[in-house]
Design a protein around this ligand. Structure first.
Ligand SMILES: NC(=O)c1ccc[n+]([C@@H]2O[C@H](COP(=O)([O-])OP(=O)(O)OC[C@H]3O[C@@H](n4cnc5c(N)ncnc54)[C@H](OP(=O)(O)O)[C@@H]3O)[C@@H](O)[C@H]2O)c1
Length: 322
């Protein structure tokens, strides 16, 4: 089978499309014919080995342990391990797999659920990491309730487009911050108010919010906390924070600031659960959630897809088709 392979850390030119052995599913694993793989900035971090803290965290000090990138996946089950009970060949699924920038990939059966009826493989492949992050941040981090006011900075990317829709389905009043070419998109997704960052600084306002979800972190903590109601919650959620620590820098800063504010600071690290994947699928099927597929690339161009996400201006989800 064909797969994207890298022998060293680096920018997309280290990624090659090669013929490799098809993986074998383990006892509780499923082998998928990958139809689409979602692209996340996390794939770029792992593929380039930056921030360096990732290398210390077990991804490989000098060379990557994961030689084929990709975790988000949607595809068709072609074989199952002896202990698999929930799936059979022919089932169409989505979720978290391993080495998904390939024609075939394995996934733990607990990290997969049925593809929502009516969704394309590309749409389903966008859901796992970004959809889970948006859902878990708004539900568990913000504990958002009906009528609360939420501001999303970076509302037009993967997580942002899901967050606007999920917040609306939770009954929140949403202010979306985005660039000029995405104003119509975020309105269409349900945002009540839109701030175009090229024209307006959203921190220079008398508006107050119950929750702020920030994917960009281009304003000081003090300015963001100052926009919150007295019991408001701030969720820093950018993985970009320099070559050494990445998003860890914002988490450390959050810990340092916490003792000095009555506002809640609640960074959330998304985790894959079957229940939450099912929840996302239900939201898609009930019409409350859709994936905005911004761009797709064929597997052979996975490096370009990664570069596009790393450039920081992806619209909705970027997907690789295999
Ligand atoms: N907590 C977790 O577990 C978790 C999981 C996954 C990802 N993350 C983090 O979440 C962040 C967002 O991820 P993502 O997948 O949504 O990113 P993404 O798809 O790459 O989206 C980036 C978006 O940000 C917008 N943007 C760029 N500059 C902006 C600015 N100055 N003001 C407002 N918007 C701006 C871009 O729109 P324009 O083209 O209009 O600029 C683009 O649509 C990342 O930093 C990632 O590391 C966290």
């Amino acid at each position: 089978m064909k797969a994207i392979v890298q022998d060293s850390y680096g920018t997309p030119d280290v990624l090659e499309l090669r013929d490799v052995e098809q993986p074998e599913p383990g006892e509780r694993e499923v082998l998928l014919r990958v139809r689409a793989a979602g692209v996340n900035i996390a794939d770029w971090f792992i593929s380039t080995g930056t921030p360096y803290v990732l290398r210390l965290a077990g991804f490989g000090l000098r060379t990557p342990k994961r030689t084929t990138p990709g975790t988000d996946v949607a595809g068709e089950v072609v074989a199952v391990g002896a202990g698999v009970t929930r799936f059979k060949p022919g089932d169409e699924v989505f979720g978290e797999g391993r080495a998904t920038f390939a024609e075939y990939a394995c996934a733990d059966e607990d990290n997969l659920v049925a593809k929502p009826a009516g969704a394309t493989f590309e749409e389903a492949a966008g859901l796992p990491l970004a959809g889970l992050t948006a859902l878990q941040i708004l539900r568990d981090g913000a504990r958002l309730t009906e009528g609360q006011r939420l501001l999303v900075n970076g509302s037009s990317g993967g997580i942002g487009t899901y967050a606007v829709q999920i917040a609306k389905s939770m009954g929140a009043e949403v202010t979306a911050v985005c660039g000029p070419h995405n104003v119509d998109l975020v309105r269409e997704l349900g945002a009540d108010h839109v701030v175009d960052y090229s024209r307006e600084d959203f921190t220079r306002t008398s508006e107050r919010y119950d929750a702020i979800l920030d994917h960009i972190m281009n304003h000081p903590f003090s300015a963001l906390l100052g926009l919150l109601t007295p019991r408001g919650v701030f969720m820093p959620n950018s993985g970009n924070g320099g070559k050494w620590m990445g998003g860890g820098r914002h988490r450390i800063k959050a810990e340092l600031v916490k003792p000095f504010t009555r506002r809640r600071i609640a960074p959330v690290l998304a985790r894959t659960t079957r229940a939450d994947l099912e929840e996302l699928a239900r939201m898609v099927e009930s019409g409350h959630l859709r994936t905005v597929v911004g761009r797709t690339w064929p597997l052979s161009d996975a490096g370009r897809a990664l570069q596009h996400v790393a450039d920081g201006h992806a619209r909705g989800k970027v997907v690789v088709t295999a």
